[in-house]
Write a protein that binds this ligand. Structure first.
Ligand SMILES: [Zn+2]
Length: 479
């Protein structure tokens, strides 16, 4: 088994139970697994030796919610100033033209950005399967992840409630429930690996209460449990979603979930902004997790995640960047800074420290994904999933007083090295397993095609800024 020795680090931030740090520390790895960590280790040689002088080592960040395909619809002027439902209605019309190659390339870009920002395990929620396109789209992103070397947790999303049946998405991007369930079984059987240091685990993820039927929710939960895989969906993201559920089903979103088998230790929701106090207590007692996505919630004016109430009541909380079109980046480090600032503003200056944020994005996220036996901290028996930053960079000069908080407080968005399962996948800030320049060029060409085809189809110029005649915004004063 290949061995790796990382030695002489300026500091190792372990995020173990005691949040120990090892200034001058080393780490010895066999295969994927950390065999020793600390100072004065009795190891001097290994198949690969990395001298980490001046570097601060952190446990790899874990992203609990994303839509990688949205990487191709970032910074679309037409979709910049909307709330969720309007934003979705605009973008469904573009996403409806996605091809398998777009799914592969956009995933590769998004996952590449994640690796470069210290993320070592990424979840993804893929739910757009346009009519007339080969349905094997999850396979495309799994291929991209395995080429880059990131630990991956794709979830097979779905939409079955088209506009003609009272749902939000156009009929062109929904599938029949039979097709959805069959393909979900196929991807679980083909790719899900439940082993401790697995590189791919698959989850089941109907998109949201306003885009799937009650039957599909029920059947998806039963299917996931028959395979012992996790369940994921959007919930309590906006007030509009709550109004939709009250009107269509006569119940609040969490009630709908309870009624369809969607509560339990194996479930995590994205967002969770609009739960009331009673629901938060229930979430804590039933073991549900939440992926907190601060940038997206701020961008779409969805609301502020009640993080203190969630933590107080024992709800598992992890961090997510959310889809690239509502962020519009896939930087986990940047997301940490946004989370830190948002909750200082909302809950007071002492509520959530930078190190607490790091805890949520590592140990917290690992718990949300049910993977905390293997990832989320640097300790013996866990995976060698980590990132390093070089303390000698200009942006850190004058700031070297708290190593654990350094990248969050200063707001750096890129790391110097990322290692997943003992393998170096980012070196000197660049992806090791792909040509970034070529990837960026190919991806932008494909994104251009996607937006142009959609523009021709809908006669909307998505590059144009939306007309604002009735806007209450600042534009009219800025003349
Ligand atoms: Zn989302």
């Amino acid at each position: 088994m290949k061995t790796l020795l990382i030695k002489n680090a300026r500091n190792i931030i372990t995020m173990d139970e005691q949040r120990r740090q090892f200034p001058g520390g080393s780490m010895y790895v066999e295969g994927q697994e950390i065999k020793a960590i600390g100072v004065d280790l009795p190891y001097e040689a290994a198949d690969e030796v990395i001298d980490a002088r001046g570097k601060i080592i952190f446990p790899g960040l874990i992203n609990t919610h994303h839509h990688l395909y949205q990487t191709f619809t970032r910074n679309i002027p037409w979709a910049q100033d909307c709330e969720l439902f309007d934003w979705l209605l605009t973008l469904y019309d573009i996403w409806h033209h996605l091809r398998p190659e777009d799914v592969y390339l956009s995933a590769k870009v998004g996952l590449g950005e994640l690796l470069k920002s210290g993320c070592t395990t990424a979840s993804d929620h893929f739910y757009v399967f346009p009519n007339g396109v080969s349905g094997e789209l999850l396979d495309e992103e799994i291929r991209a992840a395995s080429e880059l070397g990131i630990r991956f947790f794709p979830t097979r999303g779905s939409m079955s409630l088209g506009r003609s049946q009272g749902g939000l998405p156009p009929d062109e991007v929904v599938q029949t429930e039979k097709t959805i369930l069959q393909d979900t079984m196929r991807v679980i059987e083909t790719y899900h690996d439940a082993s401790k240091f697995s590189m791919t685990r698959v989850g089941v993820a109907p998109c949201s209460p306003f885009s799937v039927s009650r039957d599909l929710l029920r059947e998806s939960a039963a299917l996931a449990r028959s395979y012992d895989v996790r369940l994921h969906t959007h919930l309590a993201e906006t007030k509009d979603e709550e109004d939709f559920c009250l009107e269509k089903y006569g119940m609040r979103p969490l009630q709908l979930m309870e009624e369809t088998g969607w509560v339990g230790n194996d479930v995590w929701f994205a967002h969770g902004i609009w739960f009331n106090d009673e629901e938060i207590i229930k979430m804590g007692s039933c073991g549900c997790g939440v992926a907190h996505c601060p940038s997206s919630n701020m961008k779409l004016s969805s609301g502020t995640f009640p993080i203190m109430k969630m933590l107080e009541n024992g709800v598992k909380v992890g961090l997510g960047v959310d889809g690239s079109a509502s962020n519009d980046a896939s930087s986990m480090l940047l997301e940490l800074k946004v989370m830190n600032l948002l909750h200082k503003l909302q809950h007071g200056s002492t509520a959530l420290s930078a190190e607490d944020c790091l805890h949520i994005a590592t140990r917290g996220s690992a718990k949300v994904l049910g993977w905390d036996d293997a990832i989320g901290s640097l300790e013996v028996g866990k995976a060698a999933d980590l990132f390093m930053i070089d303390s000698k960079r200009l942006e850190f000069a004058g700031a070297l007083f708290d190593d654990a908080a350094l990248p969050i407080i200063t707001g750096t968005s890129q790391v110097d090295m990322t290692i997943v399962g003992g393998k170096v996948v980012v070196k000197e800030g660049r992806l090791v397993n792909t040509d970034e320049g070529m990837l960026a060029e190919k991806a932008q060409m494909a994104a251009n095609r996607l937006v142009e085809v959609a523009s021709r189809h809908t006669k909307v110029n998505y590059r144009k800024i939306r007309a604002r005649e009735n806007s209450a915004g600042a534009w009219k004063y800025l003349k």
